[in-house]
Every structure is written in structure tokens, then in C-alpha cells.
Design a protein around this ligand. Structure first.
Ligand SMILES: Nc1ncnc2c1ncn2[C@@H]1O[C@H](COP(=O)(O)OP(=O)(O)OP(=O)(O)O)[C@@H](O)[C@H]1O
Ligand SMILES: [Mg+2]
Length: 412
């Protein structure tokens, strides 16, 4: 019997077995166009190979500019160095490890081999975790480099106490030394730091500039070479992905996503070449996936407002006034036996949906009738409808509202 999965098991006509190379988590062996940044960081860290404490470094740069890839690459190089120096490189993603306790425990446990002696995930007083860290790290007699990726997340969630603790460990150490590399795509978090923490952390600052289209092209080419079968991808298609990503802000992650998704769509169609059309399809798909995620996480009343806009659109009305949207919203609330919010609140919700890029609300002048808002969906209504209808209750309610009722609203 030919199973339902059979179709997907046939060999890919697009990707090699190394398709994971296109995934964001893959750390490539070469990082084109980051030579300058790698050299700058290496020149600071070289001190560690002589057994001394390198300056702390703060790395800034917009999303997808290769910050994480670069520090991971440097980590591999420094641990494989041949100087015989005792260097420990610890990478921590503060989006995942985001409390003072877990950061200290994580660093301390790197130096504790026996499971039974490890600092538990929770339960100790913070001072005990800190003194254990001091004890085990100093005993190791190493230069320790702690990378705190997405350090802004840590500061926003837990303040800067742990940074202060880590920056002052050297005052207590006899044989070890510790320095910090902080990484962020948000410059503002620095304002939340105590001045003492700020100046120590930022002994060296390095900014990663966005990539331009040519640079993105080189990055894509290098990754595509191993991930795609010969003939499945052309220079033209790679240039298009690079150009589209460069139009935004030179984000390599976005460029790689475009290339990967275009490949996946072509593969699903069973063709043996990724054409430019697939890149445009990929662009739409990625944008829609982002919007879908935003819609899914909207509060209930915002979803109801959106459901109202969709209903009105289905009744044939593209450009809506706030009043019409409010009427449709109230009808759906009625179906759901919910108390409607005030029109004032709905006006705010409409502005929020506008800011999120789901609807487009612009103020237009209607001559002597004054000014009014004109509201339109920015995303195809069938797509929005599909996402809203994932919510069963909302689906039932909006289906119960009949088109004639909606038509009446529009006539008012
Ligand atoms: N110079 C490069 N060469 C090859 N691949 C790169 C290069 N720069 C970035 N990439 C790839 O682009 C993707 C995004 O890069 P990375 O995760 O390092 O960005 P980031 O600056 O850390 O972004 P964020 O601020 O969002 O964390 C990764 O898959 C990475 O491997
Ligand atoms: Mg990163």
C-alpha cells in the first residue's frame, strides 16, 4: 500500500542531505564579511592566551548581523588554540537562562564534574550559589570568558545585580580571571545599568553593521553550495533573496529564511529548480506566518474587532468607518454573550491593529462632514479568517452573524 507519507519520502530534487546548513542554528566554518569584527574581538581576547584577563566587551548590532554566529565561531577557535593556555569559554543565552540564580549556577556548574555536587536548579540562597561559584572557578585556575548573549533580556527581567557580581569576582580570585562578553541588539538596555556596571562592562565596544546586498549574496552562496543539489539553485535566485533582505536592514537570518523556504516550497511542488517565483512565494509565506503569530496572540476583544472587519469585508465593504466596525463588533459580542467595550476602547484597538500591520487605518477628510477614519485589512481576508477561526468559540459566533445583518450596519 502506498502510505500517505510515501510522497514525502522520495528523495529531494532540491536539497542535499545537508539541508540543515540553512537553519539559523548552524554555525558555519567561515563567516564572510565578519573578518574585521572577528579580528577586533580576537585581538582583545588574545590576552587570555597569555593567562591574563581580557577586557570585557559589549557587542551591539541589529538582528541577523552575525553576532551570535561570530562569538560561537570565536569560542571554537579559542578552545582549540595551541598555546596551551587554560581558557574556558562559556556561552549563555540570556533569553533562556534569565535569572540571577540560573546564570550563576550555570557558570559554577561548568566547573563541577560530579552531578551530585552540582548547584541545584533552585533552592539555594543566592549568596551560597555565588560563594560556590567563587570557590570552584578560582580552584580551576583558568581565564574564564563568559558570553552573555541577549544580555538585554536578562537586564530587563532580573536587573543588573548578577552583572555586578560577575564583574567583581576578580577582586576575590587568587588564581582565576573572568571577563564578560555581552551581546545585544537593543542599545537602550545600557541606560538601565548602574554606572559602575556600565563602565566595567563596556571596556571595549564593538558594533556589527548590517550587511549590504552583495555581502548577503556571498553569505547565501557559501551556505547554498552545500545545501542545494547542483542545478537546483541559480545565481539569480540567490541575488534576489539577498536583495529582498537588504531592502529591510541587511539581516542574514531573513535572507537565509527566504532561501530555505523558497527551496521547501519548490520541493513540495516536486520541481527540480527553485525559480524566482518561489522566492516571492516564500516572502509572502514568511510575512503571513509572522502576522498569523501576532493574530493568534491577540487579546479576545481585539480578535473580535478583527472578526468584525472580516465579516464586513465579506459583505462587500472594503473601506470601513470606526462606527461600522464598532457595530459589527457589538453584534459578535452579543453572539458571545459578552459585554462590549466602549467605542473609545475600540478606537484604541483599531490603532493597535494598525500599528501591528494587520489593518490599515488612515484619516480621510470628507469635506463638510469632517474627518473620519478609513479602515481596511492589510492582509487577505481569507488568511485572517482562517487564523481567527482557529478559535472555535469565535468561529461559531461569527458564523452565526448573518450577512443581511451586516449589510444593515453598512447602510446606517
Ligand atoms: N557572515 C556570515 N556568514 C555566514 N552566515 C552568517 C553570517 N552572518 C550571519 N550568518 C547567519 O545568519 C543567521 C543569523 O545570524 P546570527 O544569529 O549570528 O545573528 P545575530 O546578530 O545574533 O541576530 P540577533 O540579534 O537576532 O540574535 C545565522 O544563521 C548565521 O549563521
Ligand atoms: Mg543572536
Amino acid at each position: 500500500m502506498v502510505g500517505i507519507f510515501q510522497k514525502y519520502l522520495v528523495e529531494s530534487k532540491i536539497f542535499t542531505k545537508n539541508r540543515d546548513i540553512l537553519r539559523p542554528s548552524y554555525v558555519p566554518d567561515k563567516l564572510p564579511h565578519r573578518e574585521r569584527e572577528i579580528r577586533m574581538i580576537a585581538s582583545v581576547l588574545a590576552t587570555a592566551l597569555r593567562g591574563e584577563r581580557p577586557s570585557n566587551i559589549l557587542i551591539f548590532g541589529k538582528t541577523g548581523t552575525g553576532k551570535t554566529a561570530t562569538v560561537k565561531y570565536i569560542g571554537k577557535e579559542i578552545e582549540n588554540n595551541e598555546s596551551g593556555a587554560q581558557v574556558k569559554y562559556i556561552y549563555i543565552n540570556c533569553e533562556v537562562v534569565d535569572t540571577n540564580y540560573s546564570i550563576l549556577a550555570n557558570i559554577g556548574n561548568t566547573f563541577i564534574d560530579k552531578w551530585a555536587e552540582r548547584i541545584p536548579f533552585t533552592g539555594w540562597p543566592l549568596e551560597s550559589v555565588y560563594s560556590k561559584l567563587l570557590e570552584v572557578v578560582d580552584k580551576a585556575g583558568m581565564v574564564v570568558i563568559v558570553v552573555l548573549d541577549e544580555i538585554d533580556k536578562l537586564v530587563y527581567k532580573s536587573g543588573d545585580d548578577v552583572l555586578y557580581n560577575l564583574l567583581t569576582v576578580n577582586d576575590y580570585f587568587e588564581s582565576s580571571k573572568l571577563s564578560i562578553i555581552g551581546i545585544s541588539n537593543d542599545l537602550k538596555f545600557v541606560e538601565f545599568l548602574d554606572p559602575r556596571v556600565r563602565s566595567r562592562l563596556g571596556e571595549e565596544k564593538i558594533v556589527f553593521p548590517p550587511y549590504n546586498a552583495d555581502e548577503l549574496k556571498d553569505i547565501l552562496k557559501q551556505r547554498a553550495e552545500e545545501a542545494f543539489l547542483e542545478g537546483a539553485i541559480s545565481d539569480e535566485v540567490i541575488s534576489l533573496c539577498a536583495a529582498l533582505a537588504a531592502q529591510e536592514h541587511g539581516d542574514a537570518r531573513r535572507a537565509l529564511d527566504l532561501l530555505r523556504v523558497a527551496g521547501e516550497l519548490a520541493e513540495r511542488d516536486g520541481v527540480d529548480e527553485v525559480t524566482k517565483d518561489y522566492v516571492y512565494l516564500a516572502k509572502n509565506k514568511i510575512e503571513l506566518d509572522c502576522i498569523a503569530e501576532v493574530i493568534r496572540t491577540l487579546p479576545l476583544h481585539s480578535k473580535i474587532v478583527l472578526a468584525g472587519v472580516v465579516l464586513l469585508k465579506e459583505a462587500g465593504h472594503d473601506k470601513l468607518t470606526t462606527g461600522q466596525v464598532y457595530d459589527a463588533y457589538k453584534i459578535i459580542c452579543g453572539q458571545l454573550s459578552l459585554n462590549p467595550l466602549t467605542q473609545r476602547r475600540i478606537t484604541d484597538i483599531i490603532s493597535e491593529l494598525d500599528m501591528l500591520g494587520i489593518i490599515n487605518a488612515r484619516v480621510v477628510s470628507r469635506g463638510r462632514y469632517g474627518r473620519t477614519k478609513e479602515i481596511m485589512l492589510s492582509v487577505p481576508s481569507t488568511d485572517v479568517k482562517g487564523i481567527i477561526e482557529e478559535d472555535e468559540v469565535l468561529r461559531e459566533a461569527s458564523r452565526a452573524v448573518s450577512v443581511p445583518i451586516i449589510r444593515q450596519i453598512t447602510l446606517i
